[in-house]
Ligand binder design. Structure first.
Ligand SMILES: Cc1cc2nc3c(=O)[nH]c(=O)nc-3n(C[C@H](O)[C@H](O)[C@H](O)COP(=O)(O)O)c2cc1C
Length: 352
């Protein structure tokens, strides 16, 4: 059952129907600098992530594991991550903890990407119902499985509502996250899966999460994916999911929401489709950016290195054209926000 779900997610996420809404990143216009006073080759895109130097502030998003197809995808993603020098997440590891035969589909990541930081992954609804001793065992096992430098816990309440076999159990999650933070030796990343994190949630996570990944609206939608999965057996679930297709906080707004309340590093994700989108996200206050669906598609076609190089080139070009010699300068590059994004921030009392 869980194996089928993993493969359904891969196939449905690769289809255009899974891509919903707008990230609002085009509402951020970086100001062109006709006098960059730099040579393109001087632009330094490197960054530090979890104690290691990486080639650009980009992370391959959390996707999969648990099936033969997932193992093939994780192998291709890991080989490319190692070659290009970027970190990577894996998908939820519950299946690897409960089914020893599924472990290999995650372990390939430490085999093929030994030197880049890797991020383990568990879901909030699962940890909500486990006693603390079990949570620690799961967390330690997930980290060991891929030799991870951090553990991510994903918050996905909208997905759980529309998933036919969903587990919308979110009571007590914050306390469980606090427990993980106090007991686990590696840093804790808290992420959404495409509906975004607000200022209020970021406030609650301040001092609990070491890193927040905003995973906003505007790219892959698990409301859409689960709705489509539900359609044949539970048409009502599908119909209600249609009303919630664009539910969530657009990524550009989510970055500003989180930055206004959270002091730690922020990963921007959700509909980031180019190095230029990444540059816009960094100018809003993110420290890193991440994409999932485009790399899933690239992995299916065995061209992940090419996809990563394209993102790198886009980022480097945006840095050159704003006269930013390094990532810190890009974060301070002048920009103009569209009235739509400006209005959101004004109503929310956020300066971005
Ligand atoms: C096939 C697929 C499976 C995913 N599974 C997980 C998961 O297990 N855990 C998780 O934290 N996020 C998962 N995600 C969500 C992504 O990490 C990301 O938040 C979301 O796809 C938005 O990014 P995107 O628009 O670049 O795809 C998955 C995404 C895809 C495409």
């Amino acid at each position: 059952m869980i194996d089928k779900r993993k493969n359904d997610h891969i196939y449905l996420a690769s289809a255009p129907e899974s891509q919903v809404g707008d990230s609002w990143l085009e509402d951020v216009v970086l100001i062109h600098k006709a006098l960059p006073e730099l040579d393109l080759e001087e632009v330094d895109t490197k960054a530090d992530f979890l104690g290691r130097r990486i080639s650009m502030p980009f992370i391959i998003g959390a996707m999969t594991g648990g099936t033969e197809l997932a193992e093939k995808i994780n192998t291709r993603l890991a080989k490319a991550a190692e070659e290009v020098g970027v970190p990577m997440y894996v998908g939820s590891q519950r299946i690897g903890i409960l089914k020893p035969e599924a472990r290999r589909s995650f372990e390939v990541v430490k085999q093929y990407a030994p030197s880049v930081p890797k991020i383990a992954n568990l879901g909030a609804p699962q940890i909500a119902r486990l006693p603390e001793g079990e949570i620690l065992r799961w967390a330690e096992e997930a980290v060991a499985m891929i030799d991870a430098a951090a553990l991510a816990v994903h918050l996905n309440p909208a997905q759980e509502v529309f998933q036919p076999e969903g587990e919308p159990y979110f009571k007590g999650v914050l306390d469980k996250l606090k427990f993980i933070k106090s007991a686990l030796k590696v840093p804790l990343v808290v992420k959404e899966v495409g509906n975004g994190i607000s200022r209020e949630v970021a406030q609650a996570l301040d001092g609990v999460a070491d890193i927040i990944d905003v995973a906003g609206l505007g790219g892959t939608s698990f409301v859409a994916i689960e709705g489509l999965r539900a359609k044949p057996e539970a048409p009502q679930l599908y119909e209600v999911s249609e009303d919630f297709r664009t539910w969530g906080i657009p990524t550009a707004a989510a970055i500003c929401e989180v930055r206004s309340a959270f002091k730690g590093p922020i990963i921007a994700s959700g509909g980031i489709r180019s190095g230029l989108d990444g540059a816009r996200a960094l100018s809003l206050g993110a420290d890193f950016f991440s994409a999932s669906q485009p790399l899933l598609k690239a992995a299916m076609e065995d061209r992940v290195v090419e996809a990563l190089r394209k993102i790198h080139m886009g980022l480097r070009t945006a840095m050159f054209l704003t006269g930013s010699a390094n990532v810190e300068e890009l974060k301070r590059a002048p920009k103009v926000l569209s009235p739509r994004l400006e209005g959101w921030l004004r109503q929310r009392g956020i300066i971005c």
